[in-house]
Design a protein around this ligand. Structure first.
Ligand SMILES: [Zn+2]
Length: 237
């Protein structure tokens, strides 16, 4: 059961096609998993369509959003072309092997279609250890305003306490984690504003996979933070 949803402003911006690319990606992933927000999106599209119809009969909000979604998909494709445009045959072999590995990994079996598209276009996931129990794989998205990444937390692991200089949006894709504010399960959508400090902990019995979009470098606090912080600078693209 999904308990945490994008707020109304974000849903409106998404429906009108004015939300930035990276945030549209996470909202889109959430809407694909959340019947409540999918229903709300239909209503928003209906309202937008009615408003637009009175001034410009040829356009509708639904068309607008469909176009924005198409753009989102094209952008993902564009990213992979930049990455693999001139790859040599040995690279392609490695890509296929890694692709198979990702698709056999149980934590990726129930991702929403938009995340599957990201995976299809990022066949090599380069996992690197950020701290004990926490790994990150950054995704090539051909934009540099936000960093888009998967994070996986091993069962029962606590992520180093950290705060944010920019807004961070996280959506759980597999397993669950908790922090001081609650427990988050697949589909749950969290926004952390700059200055908020939190310490996510994965549940004991399962690994946890999240999709995250970060606007600015993350600053870790505490002992582990001092060790880990140099690895968390933003790498555009
Ligand atoms: Zn929702």
């Amino acid at each position: 059961m999904i308990h945490h949803h994008p707020d109304n402003n974000m849903m409106l911006e998404y429906a009108s096609g004015s939300l930035n690319w990276a945030h549209s990606l996470v909202v889109s992933a959430h809407v694909q998993l959340c019947p409540k927000c999918a229903a709300q999106m239909k209503v928003l599209n209906g309202v937008g369509g009615t408003l637009l119809a009175s001034s410009a009969p040829a356009a509708s909000s639904e068309d607008h959003q469909a176009q924005a979604f198409e753009q989102l998909m094209r952008r993902i494709d564009q990213g992979v072309q930049d990455e693999t445009g001139d790859s040599e045959p040995p690279q392609k072999v490695a890509t296929a092997a890694s692709y198979q590995k990702v698709h056999k990994d149980p934590i990726f079996t129930a991702v929403p279609p938009v995340v599957q598209k990201l995976l299809d276009n990022n066949p090599i996931l380069r996992w690197r250890r950020l701290s004990r129990g926490l790994k990150e794989a950054r995704l090539n998205t051909s934009q540099d305003r936000h960093e888009v990444a998967f994070h996986r937390i091993s069962p029962g692991s606590k992520v180093a306490e950290h705060d944010h200089r920019g807004t961070e949006i996280t959506m759980v894709l597999y397993g669950s984690f908790s922090d001081a504010d609650g427990v988050y399960s697949p589909g749950d959508f969290l926004v952390r504003e700059p200055g908020e400090v939190h310490r996510p902990t994965a549940t004991q019995d399962q690994e946890c996979l999240c999709l995250s979009v970060v606007e600015a470098p993350v600053a870790l606090t505490g002992f582990w933070g001092k060790v880990v912080n140099p690895f968390l600078s933003i790498r555009p693209g």
